[in-house]
Design a protein around this ligand. Structure first.
Ligand SMILES: Cc1cc2nc3c(=O)[nH]c(=O)nc-3n(C[C@H](O)[C@H](O)[C@H](O)COP(=O)(O)OP(=O)(O)OC[C@H]3O[C@@H](n4cnc5c(N)ncnc54)[C@H](O)[C@@H]3O)c2cc1C
Length: 591
């Protein structure tokens, strides 16, 4: 496997790897990582579809990428996916997956045209004082000292960031700014989480710094991601004969390890409650999604709070990874990520408006009609002064094909589930859907004497609790995540957010798809480049632009400098006078 960039390899079709027709693949999970691995097996490795088998513990595919209407409960979206134009592996794949909406279009066409015609941007990024615009005015509000804290992290080598927390680098000079409010609510970081992940994000998305305050950086799918991404992939795979085995738990994968040779030799299954196993040869390949941020997630209801289920059970992804990790030191350390759900849980909530009473309060904040079918909030609206740190978003409606045209689905999420609310004086995690809706309506500015009635009769609200949702960001160091293809592996790979691939960032759809592509290209010897992670962090233009944007447009020449630094700066300017460097610095308003 090798990386490439540019369009020479992007359009190349790899030759069929030798002997692939004698090989089979067994994939654990049907999340984005495993589905994309199978798509790459079919498209690029040209493995016969009938040789590819999924084992999925749940009755439906998709893993974290959900969107489902549960009978008697209502519509549920545990999350919504903010995405990027530089998800290179994702668009490499989705150009080949036919849309299930429009004949002749690919999923990429559908997404591209949608976001071209109706670009995403926000008209109100945050509110306070019960529905008033917080007027962040697209500013980051960072002092020179705050910027230096960010720069210090940006330039610290990865090796020095093992097990470090964000609080080891930032203090109130960053935490008390709009920058941090934008950042932690958009990406769901908490202050105690991984400094390494924070740094990788800064580098990975440096080209988007200017688009952070108003979300011009973002793009969204037409419907929820289950309908817009998972279903087209499943159809593509089924059309190629790929086999899906639902309600099938992989209890263990056993390995033969001798010297540096590691071979998966047996899969233990619990299929529809019955024990079974598969013996594996060198021609049987296993792709394991190790760890999942939606494991143990629970659904409440309009009048039901969610259970907060912290216990790890056999047949789930953490238990499986633990059993695998026990067999070799290169298979990672799952407990780094799954041992403390208090540090990585949050809740996603779906509010389904049933009549028109809540709509004016939404319009008042978003300055858009939520039922127009076009961009509404354009990313999240954060309630700055909410104890639960609520944010909410309304993507283009309808979010589900089956959704009635006059109803609106709102995704609300709260980062602090263990604190009492401002109107509902209970921890978020103990609240029913109706109570969470009341808290949200309070922050929308609905008069207090109408809140209860509206939450009861004008909406159906379904909360979900995800105990491990930001486990991706738990502090970690080298070796805690196994390599996608561990050294010495003969016939297996790890997939998803807890498999290690250089430079890309977790909590993204792209990361899962990238691991799928790298796993297949490595194990099947697909002779075509895997697209490199977008290289903006090596592009001086992006670096200069981000520097000035982080300073809210103020040139670097206006930084407070000591006497000696001022002299050095002036001398430096003289040296570049009349050169392309001076031109570039002026073009990006650095000087
Ligand atoms: C609330 C939320 C918001 C998000 N927001 C964004 C966003 O804004 N932008 C973005 O790019 N990404 C976002 N993501 C991340 C992205 O959706 C996920 O990282 C990605 O979908 C994970 O896919 P995966 O295949 O790696 O893992 P998963 O989807 O977790 O898949 C694991 C699969 O394995 C199955 N499984 C586990 N154990 C077993 C077993 N023992 N036997 C059989 N099957 C098993 C599970 O049931 C599941 O189907 C978000 C995710 C969530 C949950």
């Amino acid at each position: 496997m090798y990386y490439s960039s540019g369009n020479y390899e992007a359009f190349a079709r790899p030759v069929k790897p030798e002997g692939v027709e004698h090989k089979s693949a067994y994939l654990v999970g049907t999340g984005l990582a495993a589905l994309s691995a199978a798509c790459f097996l079919v498209r690029d490795a040209q493995m016969p579809g009938e040789h590819i088998h999924f084992f999925e513990k749940d009755p439906i595919p998709g893993g974290a990428c959900d969107g489902f209407k549960y009978d008697g409960v209502g519509y549920v979206m545990r999350g919504g996916r903010e995405m990027d134009n530089h998800f290179e592996c994702m668009w490499d794949l989705f150009r080949s997956i036919p849309s299930i909406e429009t004949e002749g279009e690919s999923v990429l066409d559908e997404y591209y045209w949608l976001n071209k015609k109706d670009p995403n941007y926000s008209l109100c990024r945050a509110t306070k004082n019960r529905g008033q615009d917080a007027h962040t005015e697209n500013k980051f509000g960072l002092s020179d000292e705050g910027q230096q804290e960010i720069m210090k992290l940006f330039f610290t080598p990865d090796e020095d960031l093992g097990d470090k927390k964000i609080t080891d680098f930032f203090d109130e000079k960053v935490f008390d700014t709009n920058f941090w409010m934008y950042w932690r609510t958009m990406f769901a970081f908490n202050n105690e989480q991984s400094a390494l992940e924070m740094k990788l994000y800064l580098k990975r998305f440096i080209h988007h710094v200017g688009g952070l305050p108003d979300f011009t950086a973002l793009r969204f799918t037409r419907y929820n991601q289950y309908e817009s991404m998972i279903l087209p992939m499943v159809k593509y795979l089924k059309d190629h004969g790929v086999q899906f085995h639902y309600n099938t738990k992989v209890m263990n994968v056993q390995f033969d390890i001798s010297g540096n040779k590691k071979q998966a030799k047996r899969i233990d299954l619990l299929a529809e409650g019955k024990e079974d196993h598969i013996d594996l040869t060198e021609n049987d390949y296993v792709f394991v999604t190790n760890g999942s941020n939606v494991e143990n997630s629970t659904i409440g209801g309009q009048n039901k709070a969610c259970a907060f289920n912290k216990e790890i059970q056999p047949g789930g992804s953490w238990d499986l990874w633990r059993k695998i990790a026990a067999q070799d030191s290169s298979f990672g350390h799952p407990d780094k990520f799954c041992s403390d759900p208090e540090k990585c849980n949050w809740m996603g909530v779906t509010v389904n408006t049933l009549d028109q009473k809540i709509i004016p309060y939404i319009k008042n904040i978003t300055h858009r009609d939520p039922l127009s079918g076009k961009v509404v909030t354009g990313g999240i609206v954060t309630v700055e002064d909410s104890s639960w740190l609520l944010s909410w978003t309304i993507n283009r409606q309808p979010q589900f094909r089956s959704q009635p045209k006059d109803q609106c689905l709102v995704w609300v999420y709260g980062l602090f589930t263990d604190r009492p609310g401002d109107y509902i004086k209970k921890q978020m995690r103990d609240c029913t859907g109706k109570e969470i809706c009341e808290e949200w309506l309070y922050h929308l500015g609905v008069p207090t004497d109408q809140i209860e009635d509206m939450a009861a009769n004008s909406a159906n609200t379904v909360p979900t609790m995800m105990p491990f949702v930001s486990s991706y960001f738990m502090p970690r160091s080298a070796g805690d995540r196994p390599k996608v293809v561990p050294n010495g592996s003969v016939n297996f790979a790890f997939l998803g957010q807890f498999a290690e691939t250089p430079r890309d960032t977790v909590f993204t759809t792209e990361y899962s798809i990238r691991t799928g592509m790298e796993a297949v290209y490595t194990l099947m010897n697909v002779d075509r480049g895997v697209p490199e992670v977008w290289g903006s962090t090596y592009d001086i233009r992006d670096l200069l632009d981000a520097t000035v944007k982080l300073r809210d447009g103020k040139p670097v020449s206006q930084m407070k400098l000591g006497f000696k630094q001022k002299i050095a700066f002036k001398e430096g300017l003289k040296k570049i006078e009349g050169t392309d460097i001076e031109k570039l610095l002026k073009e990006y308003h650095v000087i």
